[in-house]
Design a binder for this molecule. Structure first.
Ligand code: UN1
Length: 475
């Protein structure tokens, strides 16, 4: 059994779910496979209409879904609404793609011959999603996979099963054939039964680098299969000496402490030119210390809980390690209790000053409201520090100088770069993903979001009525 609880009040149970064992995975895959055979025959514009209707259902249910996001994963109201809105936007975008081109037409080197490409479904896809965007991230995977004509088995995080069930209920209410989208609940064993199932042809995973490696290995050992990975970040915001510091302040607070720092795009390193560091740290500390930590159902709350006690312990461990390596806690740095939220796992927005690029806290993903400030001398050192980690999801540069901004865009090794905006807040019609250990080359969302769920088919049509040999008869 999985018990999902409210992280703000862990005694409050959101739901209980049976763990899907090997047999349950077997049934889910078989059902998805049989429904997929019919779905693959539905023309893409008709599949797209269903996806559009799912978006409408989610719009009608937005408040209800957002509330579930708040009570299951602890997001404050506006951010929970944003999570659901991201899925609604994705439905609209993917629905439009149902009438877009699925391939290209090419001239052929021989007369009376045509070449074109189209896309075919891979079959049954396994989608393994994290708890931190419990509606948005399933939508990034489910909608493109549906448009591509696949059957789906979704394995959500064991920390957000209720949101996944509500997401799938909306899909069915929108008209998805009931068997086509299956959900299995569980931990690593359920995921690995799914990833190694012979009928599952593609696996799409979002989560940590360590789990991503295990998923890829399991899928490869019994594959090959298409595997797409969207893994960790260690996202940096660079502040050059000429930056608009008021803008930096707003961006850093939202990037680092929005969603209690639990986005894979959260700003985790503030790489500041020494010339402005003291002023900036002072202003940041004042503002961070004034953020309201509390029940995410409460409108005045800025920062809700972290997901669970394990996360709290991990975050505390990082702060201790930073201090023992010579950093200073400029604000926060500790767990806090909130009235009316017994056992809630809250951590104060934390700024660590005097962090060096080599410190553990500057290299590993923390996934909590902790911002490490690293001081540098100028542009070159800033870029070197940005690129000194082994992941590359999102980065930001604040400067008023267009030359520095665009040079940074060229030199920063991440999948997403923001200029004068924080590291969070990607829009769904642009590609999302990262370099180095953040991923394996795929991008989610945007026009290419469908690539991980479909195979390109190259077609030659010879209407000459005779055998024509390429590379021979025309030479
Ligand atoms: C994630 O943190 O896993 O760019 C996804 C953003 C959101 C998505 C984040 N639109 O911050």
């Amino acid at each position: 059994m999985i018990t999902s609880v409210n992280p703000a009040r862990p005694a409050e149970i959101v739901g209980r779910y049976d763990v899907s064992d090997f047999d349950a995975v077997e049934v889910a895959v078989a059902n998805a496979a049989s429904a997929q055979r019919h779905w693959a025959r539905v023309p893409p514009p008709a599949r797209a209409e269903v996806i559009g209707r799912i978006g409408e259902v989610m719009r009608e249910r937005k408040a209800e879904l957002a509330r579930l996001v708040t009570i299951e994963v602890g997001k404050i109201g506006v951010e929970a609404g944003g999570d659901v809105q991201e899925a609604i936007d994705m439905a609209g975008f993917v629905a439009g793609q149902g009438r877009a081109s699925f391939g290209d037409v090419h001239p052929c080197e021989l007369p009376d011959k045509l070449g074109f490409t189209t896309r075919q479904p891979v079959g049954v896809v396994a989608l393994i999603t994290p708890w931190n965007f419990p509606v948005a991230i399933p939508s990034w995977k489910v909608f493109p996979a549906l448009l591509a004509g696949n059957g789906i088995v979704l394995k959500p995080s064991e920390l957000a099963p209720a949101c996944a069930d509500a997401f799938v209920a909306a899909c069915r209410a929108g008209g998805v054939p009931p068997e086509l989208v299956q959900v299995v609940h569980g931990h690593g064993d359920t995921g690995s039964a799914l990833c190694s199932h012979p009928v599952v042809r593609a696996v799409s995973f979002t989560g940590s680098v360590a789990t991503g490696r295990r998923v890829a290995m399991t899928a490869a050992e019994t594959g090959p299969r298409l595997v797409s990975l969207e893994l960790g970040g260690k996202n940096a915001m660079v502040v050059l000496a000429d930056a608009d510091l008021d803008l930096v302040l707003e961006g850093a607070l939202f990037g680092a402490f929005g969603t209690a720092g639990q986005r894979c795009t959260s700003t985790s390193r503030l790489i500041v030119d020494r010339a402005v560091a003291e002023t900036l740290i002072g202003a940041l500390v004042d503002r961070a210390a004034a953020l309201a930590i509390g029940d995410p159902l409460d409108d005045i709350t800025d920062v809700g809980p972290v997901i669970d006690a394990r996360a709290l312990e991990r975050i505390e461990g990082y702060v201790e390690a930073a201090v023992s390596q010579g950093a200073a806690v400029a604000c926060g740095g500790r767990a806090v209790t909130v009235d009316g939220c017994d056992g809630g796992t809250f951590f104060a927005p934390t700024i660590l000053a005097g962090v060096r690029a080599s410190h553990r806290v500057a290299r590993e993903e923390i996934f909590g409201p902790v911002l490490s400030v690293i001081e540098v001398d100028g542009f070159d050192e800033a870029i070197e520090v940005v690129n000194s980690v082994d992941v590359g999801l999102s980065a930001a540069i604040y400067t008023r100088d267009v030359n520095s901004a665009l040079r940074a865009v060229d030199l920063i090794d991440t999948g997403i770069v923001y200029v004068n905006a924080p590291t969070i807040g990607a829009e769904i019609h642009l590609p999302f993903g990262g370099t180095k250990h953040t991923g394996n080359g795929f991008r989610e969302a945007g026009r290419r979001g469908i690539e991980q769920f479909s195979e390109i088919k190259t077609v030659y049509v010879d209407y000459s009525g005779r055998l024509q040999r390429a590379q021979i008869d025309n030479r």
